[in-house]
Design a protein around this ligand. Structure first.
Ligand SMILES: [Mg+2]
Length: 339
């Protein structure tokens, strides 16, 4: 039995900008669990907003990997990870949980979604992200996405020129479903001013307009908004879901911030119990991480799983995209192959 890992430098085809930053290089750590000749794999996609970098991933992996001994003991793995690092390093925990689940699925010859008894329902159409840049470049991104068959665009906002951006994109892509993600960058007055602009642009949903800890602000905005509000940065842990039910209409679940597929499933159940809609989201990550999220997508209302589509050098193959529509992953385990 062994756990090993390798950090790969992945590159987006174009610089990827949101309100907080713009990057082109994304180090991602692939974790491999091997026992009895069977291999299970997971991906750590760290995000600085949640306190992680590739440096912290590599620093804590030797300690957290000790928790993965019996791949079938999922509760024991979770307890071991929590005992070693109670709150932090969710992307590392995600990678280890993914590796355990794939090992089990491969050992019984099943896709992970069947191992977990998940819905075989079709996946909701994924959005494709128009990243923050100057307006001509954002227009170009939207034009190219539409030409590639995407029918749902998610626009990154969080600037003083958001109204002009949204009007330009609606003009460029009049028929697509348009979602907006402000990445926690708006002030309360700015968000209130934007509500009319969102309506005029027929925006389908608004993700994380205000600061992550401003639940009162989001609750107030929700009362004024005809567009559903979806929490992303405000949701770090499964337990956060309960407090978010008053302030938001939905939650964006990402495996890398919640600590793995089983944690995301727990958050999903809690969200449904509290009447919340559910989006399955992702970081910029390879098709390995995207496949794990796609396994849960049939249970969700919205999908935002374009992370690997934005890469120039995705090291995994096996996911099937047709005009922006992601097919349920096929094949044993996570259903993706390196190389
Ligand atoms: Mg977001």
């Amino acid at each position: 039995m062994s756990v090993s890992w390798e950090t790969l430098e992945l590159h987006t085809a174009q610089p990827f900008g949101i309100a907080r930053w713009t990057h082109s290089v994304y180090p991602r750590t692939i974790v491999t669990f091997t026992q009895d000749g069977i291999v299970g794999r997971g991906e750590a996609a760290p995000n600085a907003f949640y306190g992680e970098t590739h440096g912290t991933v590599e620093a804590v992996l030797p300690l957290l990997a000790e928790a993965l001994t019996d791949p079938w003991d999922w509760d024991g793995l979770r307890a071991g990870l929590t005992a070693r690092m109670p709150h932090d390093h969710p992307s590392v925990k995600c990678a280890l949980e993914m590796a355990a689940l794939e090992w089990c699925a491969v050992s019984v010859g099943l896709p992970v979604w069947k191992l977990l008894g998940l819905s075989p329902a079709p996946l909701p159409r994924s959005s494709y992200t128009v990243s923050l840049a100057d307006i001509p470049d954002m227009r170009r991104q939207a034009r190219e996405a539409v030409a590639a068959g995407h029918t749902v665009l998610k626009v990154k906002l969080g600037t003083e020129r958001d109204t002009a951006i949204l009007e330009a994109l609606r003009e460029e892509a009049p028929k697509v479903a348009l979602r907006v993600d402000a990445n926690a960058a708006w002030t309360r007055p700015q968000a209130k001013r934007m509500l009319g602009v969102l309506d005029a642009a027929r925006v389908e949903l608004l993700e994380q307009p205000l600061a992550a800890d401003d639940l009162a602000g989001h609750a107030e905005l929700r009362r004024l908004s005809r567009v559903p509000l979806v929490a992303d940065e405000s949701l770090h842990h499964v337990r956060d879901v309960i407090a978010l039910a008053e302030a938001f209409d939905g939650v964006n679940l990402k495996l890398a911030k919640l600590g793995g597929p089983l944690q995301a499933l727990a958050a999903l159940r809690l969200a449904r119990a509290h009447g919340l809609s559910v989006m399955i989201g992702c970081m910029i990550e390879s098709s390995l991480g995207i496949s794990a999220a796609a396994h849960l997508a049939g249970l969700c209302d919205w999908a935002d799983l374009d992370g690997a589509l934005l890469l120039a050098d995705d090291p995994f193959t096996g996911l099937e995209w047709t005009a922006g529509e992601l097919a349920r992953p096929q094949g044993v385990g996570w259903g993706v192959t390196r190389g």
